[in-house]
Ligand binder design. Structure first.
Ligand code: F6P
Length: 342
């Protein structure tokens, strides 16, 4: 082992730089060189890499985003993409790759490993927390923190104006961010893809709350919540995902609530604020532990594996397992959330 590559793919999230730092520091300690592959898989398709020295990985812990860039490039959807990845990896003199990503990036890593014995290990990243085989992905805690802070702020203005405030959060096809920030922020209604509460029932709960003398409400809605009559809009990316933010579920929900209940309603879409900025201490620590584990998997040549959190332990699991199913919000989490509705 001489040269270790690192790439970050998919949507960025807080903590990516902390993983890069940990992988690099652990690898430098073993006398290895570390190379950053720029912009996710695109860097291997296009042979775009950069040396990472102790200087480049200094000061990274609190820094959001990723210093080596990211993209949603899928080499399996690019003409000659997989051959280019294999060729450029060899030409860069790389012996192993640490791929930091979510379902898509790690899906490519799993496939390359299965088909070509590609020497890759994975680190689970995404604000959505929707990867199976790990209890938590890094980035999620920061997104929940941002959303909770927004809910707290919206409470005071909702109360002053006697309004309903709809907060649209990310999460793709799972409601993790909505449920956890909603519980933390004391949301009066949470709408997620996993639990199809109808608009009638949601409005009934809000009316019940107002009849009890509460003249404002906070509604958290996940971008992937299925609202009757709302269609997907926009292009799909190379992994087949539609841009859920284009659907405008928050705006349509706010309109429906106002029309059906007569309560004045406003919407706030948190969007990419949930992905930007400095990671929470919890995410910095989780990212660091994942990075250390990934470097150790490389050292042990345990390719095709991913660092994962089980309880409080960092373990390793097959990459294929991590991307096999979507980790949705389980019913017991939902029960906690809904106990405070209405
Ligand atoms: O997967 C992370 C995520 O932020 C999702 O929650 C969201 O649906 C999507 O990425 C947004 O992607 P983009 O940055 O391409 O708009």
């Amino acid at each position: 082992m001489k040269r270790v590559g690192i790439l970050t793919g998919g949507g960025d999230c807080p903590g990516l730089n902390a993983v890069i730092r940990a992988v690099a520091r652990r690898s430098f300690g073993r006398g290895y060189e570390v190379v950053g592959v720029r912009n996710g898989w695109r860097g291997l398709v296009d042979a775009d890499t950069t040396a990472l020295t102790i200087r480049e990985v200094s000061g990274l812990l609190p820094r959001g985003g990723t210093v080596i860039g990211t993209s949603r490039t899928n080499p399996y959807k690019v003409d000659g993409g997989v051959d280019a990845v294999l060729r450029n990896f060899a030409e860069a003199g790389l012996d192993a790759l640490v791929a930091i990503g979510g379902e898509d990036t790690l899906g490519v890593a799993a496939q390359l490993h299965a088909e070509h014995e590609f020497p890759v290990v994975g680190v689970p990243k995404t604000i959505d927390n929707d990867l199976s085989a790990t209890d938590y992905t890094f980035g999620f805690d920061t997104a929940v923190w941002v959303a909770t802070e927004a809910i707290d702020r919206l409470h005071t203005t909702a109360e002053s104006h006697n309004r309903v405030m709809v907060v649209e959060v990310m999460g793709r096809h799972t409601g993790w961010i909505a449920v956890v920030s909603g519980i933390a922020g004391g949301a009066d209604m949470i709408l997620i893809p996993e639990e199809p509460v109808s608009i009638e029932d949601a409005c009934r709960e809000l009316q019940h709350r107002h009849e009890r003398g509460k003249d404002f409400s906070i509604v958290v809605v996940s971008e992937g919540y299925e609202l009757e009559g709302l269609a997907d809009a926009g292009d799909v990316d190379q992994f087949g995902h539609v841009r859920l933010s284009e659907r405008g579920v928050g705006a349509m929900l706010a309109h429906e609530i106002e029309t059906r209940t007569g309560y004045e309603t406003r919407v706030t879409v948190l969007g990419h604020t949930q992905r930007g900025g400095s990671p929470t201490p919890r995410d910095r620590v989780l990212a660091t532990r994942y990075g250390m584990k990934a470097a150790d998997l490389v050292e042990e040549r345990k390719f095709g594996r991913m660092a994962a959190l089980h309880g409080d332990d960092i373990v390793d699991v097959p990459l294929a397992e991590a991307t096999a199913t979507l980790k949705t919000v389980p019913p017991d989490w939902w029960e906690v959330a809904r106990a405070f509705f209405g």
